[in-house]
Design a protein around this ligand. Structure first.
Ligand code: NAD
Length: 419
């Protein structure tokens, strides 16, 4: 389990190759589409609070921009690698195409452990990183957003640093900002809301309903906790969830609102929560539930785990949680898997809505944002099901990639090859 970053990139290419068998995109264009356009490495000299200098390494990868400006989050984690950032940028490129946003794909990351850093140290790292990638990003070129261990606070610092250099306030350079400085209502919970919407639509497609299902969610971070709360509101019974310290399980259902109040990474981790039984993350993945939602890190559902999954449906809230080997097992075992490209696209959709509001200097209500998010996800879901049933592809992931690579290839074909 964990971030096997090198394989994440090869996994993504394998998934694209599988889709190419059905999509039949012109070979010259397809070859280009599997490689990033550029990747920058930055060394970040940062003063620790004790006065010592520490060098951190960060990356920004711009994968593809055939359909519009590069777009993608920034991740802070000890296991970040350049290969992982490239793979995640590639995923973003396909994701924005699948949900038909006028964007390409990018990703950023810094190798660091936020748990060991004070607020001031996080600020210095964020500002130095923003300065380091400043020449690459911009409201019309590349628009960063939050990912693991980054949120509105870091986006505010990034926006401020970029604006200081420009000499005026540029809210539209990043999304996921606090609402008071141009963030949109609904952004913090957008990815989790998208997971809830897609889970509900999948259940409907399978003639089931949220009221009748039990759910296990691996990872109670931003995405997992919001998915848990919004699925509970739709009537689902969340019986297990976890963080990096372990998992909790209650066959009668976990009070996710109570857990949310208690949970604070580092200070109040899941393994200290007293109102449920404790199990391991491995056990959580194998629980007999209706829906399993991996919402933590990549490559948690390997072929071995897939053999022992007891869920009827998997909804991928995390990026890249299922390996191609596991996909084969899940197809064999007839366990539908809703791919990350669709299931966690709520975040980038609402990021797009934030950027649109910023560029128009106009603010929407939360109701307008949520309604637009749901409309876009439902239409992408319907398109995915149409391709899934009409192209004779083995699984929903291949259907998602068929749609994405056909759209990117069409844009590439219109634009032509430079020079
Ligand atoms: P987060 O940092 O808020 O939460 C991650 C959670 O996973 C935490 O509870 C953490 O303890 C847990 N975790 C970490 N390592 C684990 C392990 N080895 N086993 C079990 N649990 C572990 O991050 P997030 O923003 O919620 O992102 C979660 C996933 O969703 C990532 O794959 C991310 O790329 C993806 N994603 C996030 C967004 C977004 O808007 N935040 C958008 C799209 C996709």
């Amino acid at each position: 389990m964990g971030n096997q970053s090198d394989s994440m990139l090869s996994n993504m290419r394998t998934q694209m190759d599988r889709a190419q068998e059905y999509a039949q995109v012109e070979e010259n264009i397809f070859t280009r589409m599997k490689h990033p356009e550029r990747t920058l490495t930055v060394t970040l000299p940062v003063l620790r609070d004790d006065g010592e200098l520490e060098l951190f390494e960060g990356y920004r990868c711009q994968f593809g921009a055939a359909r519009g400006p590069y777009k993608g989050g920034v991740r802070y984690h000890p296991s970040v690698t350049m290969e992982e950032v490239i793979a995640l940028a590639g995923l973003m490129t396909s994701k924005t195409a699948l949900v038909d946003l006028p964007y390409g794909g990018a990703k950023g990351g810094i190798i660091c452990n936020p748990k060991d850093l004070s607020r001031d140290e996080m600020k210095r790292i964020t500002r130095r990183y923003t300065e380091g990638i400043r020449r690459m990003i911009g409201p019309k070129t590349d628009i960063p957003a939050p990912d693991m261990n980054t949120g509105p606070r870091e986006m505010a610092w990034m926006m401020d640093t970029y604006s200081v250099y420009e000499g005026y306030t540029v809210p539209e350079v990043v999304t996921g900002k606090p609402p008071v400085i141009g963030g949109t209502p609904g952004r913090v919970e957008a990815t989790g809301r998208g997971v809830a919407v897609v889970t509900e639509r999948t259940l409907e497609y399978l003639d089931r309903s949220p009221e009748d299902v039990t759910v296990a969610i691996q990872g109670f971070g931003n995405v997992g906790s919001w998915a848990a709360k919004l699925l509970t509101e739709r009537g689902a019974n969340i019986v297990a969830t976890s963080d990096v310290t372990g998992a909790v399980y209650d066959p009668d259902g976990i009070d996710v609102f109570d857990l949310d109040e208690f949970y604070e990474p580092g200070a109040h981790p899941i393994d200290e929560y007293e109102n449920a039984q404790h199990i391991s993350n491995d056990e959580l993945l194998r629980l007999d539930v209706d829906v399993l939602i991996p919402a933590a890190v990549a490559n948690t559902i390997t072929a071995d785990v897939a053999e022992e999954v007891n869920a009827d449906i998997i909804v991928e809230a995390a990026n890249g949680p299922t390996t191609p080997g596991a996909d084969d097992v899940l197809v064999e075992r007839d366990i539908p898997t809703v791919p990350d490209l669709l299931a966690n696209a709520g975040g980038v959709i609402v990021s797009y809505l934030e950027w649109v509001q910023n560029t128009q200097e106009y603010a929407w209500t939360k109701e307008e944002v949520n309604a637009d998010l749901e409309r876009r996800l439902e239409s992408a879901f319907d398109e995915l099901i149409e391709t899934y049933t009409e192209y004779g592809v083995p699984d929903m992931r291949t259907a998602a990639y068929v749609i994405a690579i056909e759209r990117i290839a069409e844009a590439n074909a219109h634009r032509g090859l430079f020079p």
